[in-house]
Write a protein that binds this ligand. Sequence first.
Ligand code: C2E
Ligand code: MG
Ligand code: MG
Ligand code: MG
Length: 285
Amino acid sequence: WAKADGKARWTLFDPERNAHRMTRQALSSTLRPAVERDEFVLQYQPLVGLGDGVVRGVEALVRWRHPQFGTLAPNRFIGLAEETGAIVPLGRWVLATACRQARRWQLAHPREPIVVSVNVAVRQVWDSDLVADVAAILTETGLPPSLLQLELTESAVMGSAGRPLQQLQQLSDMGVAIAIDDFGTGYSNLAYLSRLPVSTLKLDGSFVRGFRSEEPPNPADETIVEALVQLAHRLGIKVTAECVESAEQAERLGRIGCDTGQGWFYSRPVPADSISALLSTGVRP
Ligand code: C2E
Ligand code: MG
Ligand code: MG
Ligand code: MG
């Protein structure tokens, strides 16, 4: 209840909500300095060929090692970073760190090209010079553009005309791959996407979930995914399935033509050193 008689305003004190708000504020105001203090780390999760079990690439996933709150998952701070604009310096740090690491893998495993796939937020495409940042980072790290993929969500590219579209086109012309992340959760306008320089669709985990024997089988899921994969392939677009958690899912997704899979079945997101070990020993087929 609130008493708003002009003199005083009383509101019911909800400690949990208040703590939540304070945490949000604390995180929000320390994001930028945290980038400078080097409080972020990247983990990497393999992208595996569904047919052969070969590691084709890795997705870089950011974590915040917060001095007070411990290790924070991206859902705790990426939204805040987008709101405050801190995503631009943070995104630059992620790109530079991932490319530097990918170059190390390239030198250590010259015969197994490993693509590093980096998430890019809407604001990085709309409010910053992503092309200049990527070009500078590739030059600095020596990573060939063909070993970099950028993941954008449908909402980030939908309706992107003008500068954002120009940036995507320039990145693609440089030889950097563009992937659509969480495909199927937004407008899913494949006709529109086919006019953008997109080389891969990352099929959202919600589609993949139906590919499990514990669930009541939903034949529509499989039919939809199969049709999507066929359509994507005809447009020259590859398909990666997210959230592959079982051998059965991997087998069925491979059978209907998905190119690569990513998920706990292969590996959780792990530190860079564990990826080096994986590259030497291989993953399960
Ligand atoms: P995303 O790009 O779709 O990344 C995949 C998410 O699914 C990751 O969560 C990953 O840990 C999780 N995942 C992988 N395999 C499985 C599985 O088999 N089962 C299940 N249930 N989950 C799986 P994470 O690391 O918490 O990242 C969440 C989201 O945060 C990412 O979703 C991405 O949108 C965003 N994000 C992460 N790193 C960055 C970054 O550097 N920049 C930006 N802009 N966003 C990032
Ligand atoms: Mg992603
Ligand atoms: Mg995704
Ligand atoms: Mg996802």
